[in-house]
Ligand binder design. Sequence first.
Ligand code: T6T
Length: 331
Amino acid sequence: MERRLLLKAASALALAGTLGLAAGEVQAQDGKKYTIALIPGLTTDAFYITMRKGAQAAADALGVELLFQGGPEFNPVVQVPVLDAVIARQPSAILIAPTDTTQLVQPLRKAHDAGIPVITVDTFIGNGKYQTGAGDADFPLSYIASDNVLGGRMAARALATAIGGEGKVYVSNVKPGISTTDQREEGFKAEMAENFPKVTVLETQFNENDANKAASQLQAVFARNSDLKGVFGANLFSALGAGNGVQQAGQTGVIRVVAFDAPTSIVDNISTGLVDVAIAQHPAEIGYYGVVSAYAHLTGQSIPVAIGTGFTVIDKTNVKDPNVAKYIYSD
Ligand code: T6T
């Protein structure tokens, strides 16, 4: 270890000792120890990796411990046991991206009943309207996320423009029951129906978050529709796979691609002309405000019932702009 780093580590240990803390323990300003758990949709997705970074930045600033625990797949059957294990550790609060609007309601209620405050990030349960006193899924304190209906509308406008306002397109999507991707599809279809009457939206293809499946589906839709003009990939894996499918079919620049999410792999494809537009969410902000909101609640402040984070639209006009680089997801 470099001398500078050694000194830093030694002074951190000394400080922890003075505060009566074991090495690695952190303490908030009120002298208490808080552990805030963040349960992502899945751990290996660049979107949630970036969210974790934002959450960690807030945790470091506030002196709280962040526990990041998730499963290898975006699937309620995988996520519920992870949630149960987190509840058993009795964290001070839980931030979670629920992988299904209905299947996570009862499992999360267990946390709520155990007195653990719940905030959902990225996705919601029920109808996403919390603290209303109505329904059985309004108990989370806050929902912190992108406006996914708006994002779907933005994607529709971008794709309609790319194809000259007419022709066949379809949505490559994950599976029904996920609030975010359901809302993106809803916004996309509404925008096309209201403002682009010459665009035909073909049947949605569901890929179960598998980019290879999304690529095969692109080729199958193209085989049935040789005049296919465009595809909207409604999340990272859908977009990545749809783009790969277009490339494998030799249709780069002919079948136009609009991507939701902005990992390096997708942004790099803007320069090659494979992808027209990537709509970057701001996952680091979601993580940051998630931790700040949990901390505010734990220390007696009231918190907003919903916090909306924005988008950055990346295309060939700004893909090289250093101000845009900070919105590209971390791998
Ligand atoms: O698009 C994000 C997230 O917003 C969505 O809920 C699930 O998919 C992603 O994680 C991207 O893979």
